[in-house]
Design a binder for this molecule. Structure first.
Ligand code: HSE
Length: 316
């Protein structure tokens, strides 16, 4: 038996929901914007091969890869349940750049856990799988936050609930919004981008944060796109992270000129996103970003919609 799992890129925070909102992305031209993990029958307990454009940026020792940590986490779960773990040979197709703000580590983690789960005929339920994914993500970024793993796994826009034993719930998304996502080609580590944030915030900022996320969720449910877009602003992280992203200020100006609904930092950056309603303008924005924001040959830009499928597993 063999399985292949695709896990999409995601935007953490989505500006308005620091650590508590995330969105999965799907390029409209059908390009792959996510990681793939395959699991095959094997004679060894565990082996891992790393392929893909960004494979060379990862440690070559398989035991230093997060996929191995996913295997250990899965094994611990199976041991606790007295279930057998099958010897497995895994392949990671590392398509997403590391430290990009596109939920790269989340995509590898989610694809790996889901591949192991599918390979063993789903002993874990979705809640248990998501818990393990969050724990593994926390290992990499220094704190447990589900804003990439939840949308990557479940698809759509996800709100982290963290109460009544609910990790995350779906938020309706606006079908006619294009999300222009651009990775400039440089790396920013999430841990470093968190370290520069203040430990405490002014009362006025916390009130603005609470009002904006509440209004965004309410407007998403009532289908009021204008209202939702008007509060897609980040008062907690963006003011401090702007300095980590060369050229971000110019992006905002260009986006405004092209009638964008909102501009934001994707997760902890350096990727950014621009929300637009007009496809021709989104294409113009993409061309401008390719010309003016991308810094080297690793950078890329995609016009996306929200990926409502999330992670997809298939037998191969
Ligand atoms: N929400 C986290 C942050 C991770 O902004 O630090 C984003 O990928």
């Amino acid at each position: 038996m063999a399985v292949s799992v695709y896990a999409p890129a995601s935007i953490g925070n989505v500006s308005v929901g620091f650590d508590i909102l995330g969105a999965a992305l799907k390029p409209i031209d059908g390009q792959v914007l996510g990681d793939v993990v395959e699991a095959y029958d094997s004679k060894e307990e565990f082996s891992l091969e790393i392929k893909g454009y960004f494979a060379s940026k990862l440690p070559q020792d398989p035991k230093k890869n997060i996929v191995y940590d996913a295997f250990l986490g899965f094994k611990e779960y199976m041991d606790q349940k007295h279930l057998p773990v099958k010897p497995v040979s895994m392949v990671l197709h590392k398509n997403l750049p590391i430290g990009s703000g596109l939920g790269s580590s989340a995509a590898s983690i989610v694809a790996a856990v889901e591949a192991l789960n599918a390979f063993h005929d789903y002993p874990m339920n979705k809640h248990e799988a998501l818990e393990l994914m969050g724990k593994l993500e926390g290992k990499i970024s220094g704190s447990i936050h589900y804003d990439n793993v939840a949308p990557c796994y479940l698809g759509g826009i996800q709100l982290m609930v963290g109460a009544c034993n609910i990790i995350s719930e779906s938020v309706p998304s606006f079908k006619d919004w294009y999300w222009v996502s651009c990775y400039p080609g440089i790396q920013v580590s999430t841990a470093a981008a968190r370290a520069i944030l203040p430990l405490e915030y002014k009362r006025s900022d916390t009130i603005t944060f609470g009002r904006q996320i509440a209004v965004f969720i309410q407007a998403s449910h009532t289908g009021n796109a204008t209202l939702a877009a008007s509060v897609l602003r980040d008062v907690l992280a963006e003011p401090y992270r702007v300095k980590l992203i060369p050229g971000y200020v110019n992006v905002g100006e260009k986006a405004k000129e092209l009638g964008a609904l909102a501009t934001g930092i994707s997760g902890s950056g350096p990727s950014i996103f621009i929300v637009m309603k007009d496809l021709a303008k989104a294409q113009e924005m993409k061309a401008w970003l390719e010309q003016n924001f991308i810094q080297n040959e690793d950078g890329f830009c995609n016009i996306c919609k929200i990926d409502t499928d999330g992670t997809v597993a298939k037998e191969i």
